[in-house]
Ligand binder design. Structure first.
Ligand code: GDP
Ligand code: IMO
Ligand code: MG
Length: 420
């Protein structure tokens, strides 16, 4: 059985924890898009691991983790992640980590461009400023530098020269800032190339012979950050939806048997953009505090709000989701009366279709009684308070989609299987 895990909201749904859990009976875990804008957290006892590029399956012994062609790689961040894991006793080698030769490389000018673009925009996006967008722009413009170019000194020198020719005049003339030195960048990146070379391969060829193995595809970001299907322009620059999994991993011969959608029991978003159920009151503040809703990558406070079922239904369709996992149900423990959005209104009128733009949407709420009990230590579904099961049941009913697990705490084992 090959499985895909995709976020159904605006990211940070708890994908890292769920990947770490679901990969127990998989052989290979593959990231297929995004870059180190992602922050995937796995908590094991008193240790907290935050992965930006390496798939969250890396903590489990015997799993092969792969970074696909659809990912953009900041080599410095990747090397730091490898070193951090090695120090933590998780031995990283080409036996458990593989990187696609076709993945594009984030260069210093991409990070600077990300910041400059953001500064100069009237309508800010609130990017992570990791250079993700500009790197994908160069990929589409055919100016990008790929991992395979990085490890070939001649190709790298040629491509870097070409890029600096363009970037130095652009940065100097348009933005009036200092230019980049060819030699400095070349030396820095050549050193990265030496460290990463053993991991780089043709993933398609590497995995073709292993096509009977069990695969887990790890989505980054979330459905509404998809460059086409998200709340454009307040999105990331890649396709976060399930349709990109085969393409972005370079494994067209792997049939994905189940699309698992991950949704938090409430909603969060980092950065700018519309968010119909956002709460700017004490309840929003409560979610942020109890749910530790601060970006795993940038540390920015996450915006918080009620669960939006209309949004989830759209995510179900876009990703062709077969089953769902709900995370952070424990954060709702103390709330006496919960609300979930079941309809959208605009200008006082109920909408029949999912809107093209989520700005100026008025959410219509349904109230659901809370459970007022600590559920973090519960491990069986029938232990959960009736009201918590009602909440889960309402999500299933609204989406016509079964929920297979409910996560009730950040610890690895704080998860409850629900028979579907
Ligand atoms: P991701 O980007 O989707 O992997 O999610 P993040 O790691 O950015 O954010 C999810 C946060 O919630 C992390 O700090 C997790 O440790 C934490 N988390 C995941 N599941 C649960 C849960 O069920 N309950 C609680 N309290 N925390 C959780
Ligand atoms: P994970 O994988 C939450 C958001 C940024 C910004 C927008 C564009 O941990 O769920 P970018 O730097 O990608 O150009 O920023 O996307 N964003 C995320 N929000 N979780 C993420 O990843 C995100 N990755 C990007 O905050 O609004
Ligand atoms: Mg995250």
């Amino acid at each position: 059985m090959n499985t895909l895990v995709v976020g159904m909201q605006w990211g940070d749904e708890g994908k890292g924890k769920i990947i770490d859990y679901l990969c127990r009976d998989k052989d290979i875990v593959v990231r297929f898009q995004g870059g180190n804008n992602a922050g995937h957290t796995v908590v094991v006892g008193d240790r907290k691991f935050i992965f930006h590029l390496i798939p969250s399956g890396i903590l489990r012994k015997g799993k092969i983790c792969a970074i696909g062609n659809g990912v953009v790689i900041d080599p410095k961040v990747l090397i730091e992640e490898i070193q951090y894991l090695n120090k933590a006793g998780i031995k990283i080698s080409s036996k458990n980590l593989r990187i696609s030769a076709f993945a594009h490389v984030i260069m210093p000018y991409h990070r600077i461009m990300d910041g400059l673009r953001e500064q100069n925009r009237v309508q800010k996006i609130g990017t992570t400023q990791r250079g993700i967008g500009p790197c994908y722009v160069d990929k589409a413009a055919r100016s990008g530098i790929r991992m395979v170019d990085l490890i070939s000194p001649e190709a790298f020198a040629l491509k870097l020269k070409d890029n600096l020719h363009e970037k130095n005049s652009l940065f100097g003339d348009v933005y009036g800032i200092n230019t980049f030195s060819f030699q400095d960048i070349y030396n820095e990146y050549a050193a990265y190339a030496r460290i990463l070379a053993p991991y780089i391969c043709d993933l398609t060829e590497f995995f073709y012979d292993q096509r009977k193995k069990k695969y887990l595809f790890e989505g980054a970001q979330g459905t509404f950050l998809d460059v086409d299907f998200g709340t454009y322009p307040f999105v990331t620059s890649s396709h976060t939806v399930s349709g990109n999994a085969n393409l972005g991993s370079g494994l067209p011969f792997i049939k994905i048997d189940e699309m698992v959608g991950i949704a938090k029991a409430y909603t969060t978003r980092v950065g700018e953009g519309p968010f119909p159920t956002e709460l700017v009151d004490d309840v929003g503040g409560f979610f942020r505090k109890k749910g530790k809703e601060f970006g795993a990558t940038t540390g920015r406070p996450r915006r918080c709000g009620w669960l939006d079922l209309v949004l989830l239904k759209r995510a179900k369709i876009i990703n062709n989701i077969n089953r769902m996992i709900i995370t952070k149900l424990d954060i709702l423990d103390e709330i006496a009366e919960l609300q979930v959005c079941v309809k959208y209104k605009q200008g006082g009128r109920l909408l029949k279709s999912f809107p093209f733009d989520l700005a100026r949407i008025e959410p219509v709420y349904e109230k659901i009684k809370g459970w007022g009990k600590n559920i973090e230590n519960m491990r069986r579904y029938n232990q959960l308070p009736r009201e918590a099961k009602n909440y889960i049941g309402r999500i299933e009913e609204f989406l016509s989609c079964k929920i297979s697990y409910v996560s009730v705490g950040e610890q690895r084992d704080a998860i409850i299987k629900k028979t579907v």
